[in-house]
Design a protein around this ligand. Structure first.
Ligand SMILES: [Zn+2]
Ligand SMILES: [Zn+2]
Length: 217
């Protein structure tokens, strides 16, 4: 780099020495702005150039960041799709669960039929499949077949199905029909009278037939 000339005496002075030169050789002639300018140039000259390594390593930094993000995303995907992972617990109410037909750790069925005063009541298709799919739901073309599908260890009761359906069921009320002095509700599981009613736990591994009848006696 060519040395600048002293603005006072015209001598060639190295940039980094100009400020000192002005102050020591021309303490009277040197204007403050000359000294400042000299110092500014000296600072620019002395300051080390931006490290080459920074710009050279930038692509590598980007690659590392991308790799880390990919690992995080991949890990999240593995966790989220693993059957062992679920946002739910065994205690999550059925009406707070939304499931998919995948990553299930249980898939059972119970056949349900309801009889009111001698007339069969049909259970609609797609119960539990409106806002999202609930673990208890019905499909199309399988009248009365309750699907029990859960991504997490979870027991469900017959009452849970009615909750999802939005209908009443207890020992003294079925679909709004209440028991009284001459009407009763009889529930049977595979033909055997069962008095658990809505608290009946839908079983694993078998497909029982549950009948609920509201009858006069
Ligand atoms: Zn099913
Ligand atoms: Zn299903």
């Amino acid at each position: 780099m060519a040395s600048p000339k002293c603005p006072v005496c015209g001598a060639s002075v190295r940039t980094e020495n100009l400020s000192k030169h002005l102050q020591s050789v021309h303490p009277r002639e040197a204007k403050p702005e000359m000294v400042l300018e000299a110092e500014r140039k000296a600072t620019q000259t002395v300051r080390p150039p931006p490290p080459r390594s920074f710009s050279a390593s930038l692509p590598r930094n980007v690659i590392i960041v991308v790799l880390i993000l990919a690992l995080i995303a991949g890990g999240a995907w593995v966790v989220a799709t693993s059957p062992a992972y679920s946002a739910y617990t065994p205690d999550t109410p059925v009406t707070q669960m939304c499931i998919e037909h995948s990553a299930l750790i249980r898939h059972d069925h119970t056949q349900l039929s309801i009889d009111i005063l001698g007339a069969a009541r049909s259970i609609p298709d797609n119960v539990g499949r409106t806002t999202c799919m609930r673990p208890l739901h019905t499909h199309v073309g399988e009248p009365g077949r309750i699907h029990i599908e859960s991504p997490v260890v979870h027991e469900f009761t017959l009452g849970d199905f009615f909750l999802v359906w939005g209908q009443t069921f207890s020992s003294n009320n079925i679909l709004g029909y209440t028991t009284n002095s001459n009407h009763r509700i009889v529930m049977r599981v595979d033909g055997v009278v069962n008095t658990e009613y809505d608290s009946y736990v839908l079983p694993h591994g078998t497909e029982p037939t549950v009948t609920i009848s509201y009858e006069q006696f």
